[in-house]
Write a protein that binds this ligand. Structure first.
Ligand SMILES: C[S@@+](CC[C@H](N)C(=O)[O-])C[C@H]1O[C@@H](n2cnc3c(N)ncnc32)[C@H](O)[C@@H]1O
Length: 257
């Protein structure tokens, strides 16, 4: 049960963007400045918390050595803290409605009759490829893109991946590094083992890493470069049309000739 019920509670879900603190919206900054309490996740750049100078700050993400909250615990904490402090900002990486469980949190909060607002953020799904010069749609190259989870609630690659792989669309996979070998096998089975792929780890962060190749070479490249989560996987012809990645792609092509 909430501790104190004497404040007017409001919950604002704010998308923090993909990691560069300048990639949050002005509206998101305003919400932080007005916050009495902020609950934030691991993928949020902590520089953003400087905007919330009057707020109580609570980390609810997963980090080694820390207690990690279950989603149910987070939902309840949001409600309790909103009643206790008043104006609560829930700050989440990227856009909170793209594989961010933001809609679940809002539904839970709504069920208590608490006022809510959602401020969109720049998702890593679209912005991390852009930073590498990869255009997810490109005239004459790709007419659409799919954004797919590599890890469903059942901890499996989404079945949509295989459907998308049969199309000519660009595939963007989040939370997919553990399922990379399975993705490669699907492309091989479809006779598309030569499809270009880029993997961008920690996009917009100082320790950003990029690996590019084709489906039939990427596992070796990942092992060599020790790429891991959090990473965005982009699969499709658009990868080789990035002028920024062109020279690396050529080098890899020469190596695997
Ligand atoms: C739980 S999802 C959250 C996505 C987030 N809501 C968004 O819109 O970007 C976490 C996954 O997003 C991707 N991700 C988020 N930020 C990233 C970044 N800066 N660089 C690479 N991948 C990122 C990774 O695939 C990571 O495993």
């Amino acid at each position: 049960m909430p501790l104190i019920k004497n404040k007017h509670p409001k919950v604002t879900l704010v998308g923090a963007g993909p990691g560069d603190p300048k990639l949050i919206t002005l509206k998101g900054i305003e919400a932080l400045q007005e916050a009495d309490v902020v609950l934030y996740d691991a993928l949020v750049n902590i520089e953003l918390l400087n905007y919330a100078s009057n707020a109580e700050l609570i980390f609810v993400g997963k980090r080694k050595g820390n207690h990690s909250y279950t989603q149910d615990e987070i939902n309840q904490l949001i409600v309790d803290k909103a009643f206790e402090f008043g104006n609560l900002v829930r700050l989440k990486g990227g856009d909170s409605f793209i594989f961010g469980r933001g809609s679940e949190e809002i539904q839970f909060v709504d069920s208590f009759g608490i006022e809510t607002e959602v401020i969109p953020g720049i998702s890593s799904a679209t912005s991390v490829p852009v930073r590498q010069g990869i255009s997810l749609t490109q005239r004459g190259v790709s007419e659409s893109f799919w954004v797919i989870t590599g890890t469903t609630t059942a901890r499996k690659l989404s079945k949509d991946f295989e459907l998308a792989a049969q199309s000519t669309a660009t595939l963007v996979v989040l939370m997919g590094m553990a399922q990379l070998a399975e993705m490669v096998a699907i492309f091989e089975k479809l006779g598309k083992a030569e499809t270009p792929i880029a993997i961008i780890q920690n996009g917009f962060m100082p320790d950003e890493k990029v690996g590019i190749g084709r489906m039939n070479t990427i596992l070796e490249i990942v092992a060599k470069k020790q790429l891991s989560n959090p990473a965005i996987i982009v699969i499709g012809e658009v990868v080789q049309h990035s002028t920024k990645l062109h020279s690396i792609f050529q080098e890899v092509e020469e190596f695997y000739k």
